[in-house]
Design a protein around this ligand. Structure first.
Ligand code: FES
Ligand code: FES
Length: 173
């Protein structure tokens, strides 16, 4: 009988535990054990990026990580990005700029974009396309995805600038 391992991860802010076989992939831990099915599986060659999640602040393809390697890590999946009532700026950007068609690739693409915008809130079009290199969309042709990312970056930049505005003494902004 295969020895099982205890894994503990913080997923979208909540601590979760599971007993797993050493060969279990992170994507299966998320989908099958934790029921976080927003993370998709689109290939078996580690090429499509549909399974992309954030792990300790970096975008990773969760089909290339063993669940035991994620032990102790902080994971963010698309379910942790925003809510239906309060979309994350990346989700709002995709919505407003029509950055998806069938939507199968979209969770992974959004998480890859999340990784990009954490490091660079003012990416050029070339930098956006470079960041999308590891995620494949079979529908959109990418043009609207690029526009969605530009819109999301602008929204986040604007909200950061607003939060940095300090009211003048004795007055209000
Ligand atoms: S499922 Fe295709 S890269 Fe992970
Ligand atoms: S929207 Fe269909 S694969 Fe990207």
């Amino acid at each position: 009988m295969t020895k099982k391992w205890n894994v503990e991860v913080k997923v979208n802010g909540r601590v979760k535990r599971a007993e797993v076989e050493p060969r279990l992939l992170l994507v299966h831990l998320l989908r099958d054990e934790f029921n976080l099915t927003g993370t998709h599986i689109g290939c078996d060659t580690s090429q499509c990026g549909a399974c992309t999640v954030m792990m300790d602040g970096k975008a990773v393809k969760s089909c290339t990580v063993l669940a035991v390697q994620a032990d102790g890590a902080e994971i963010q999946t698309v379910e942790g990005l925003g809510t239906v009532d309060q979309l994350h700026p990346i989700q709002a950007g995709f919505w407003e700029k029509h950055g998806l068609q069938c939507g199968f690739c979209t969770p992974g693409i959004m998480m890859a974009v999340n990784g990009l915008l954490q490091d660079n809130l003012n990416p050029s079009e070339a930098e956006i396309r470079d960041a999308l290199d590891g995620v494949i969309c079979r529908c959109t042709g990418y043009q609207f995805i690029v526009k969605a990312v530009q819109q999301a970056a602008e929204t986040i930049r604007n909200s950061q600038q607003q939060s940095q505005v300090v009211p003048a003494e004795g007055g209000s902004v």
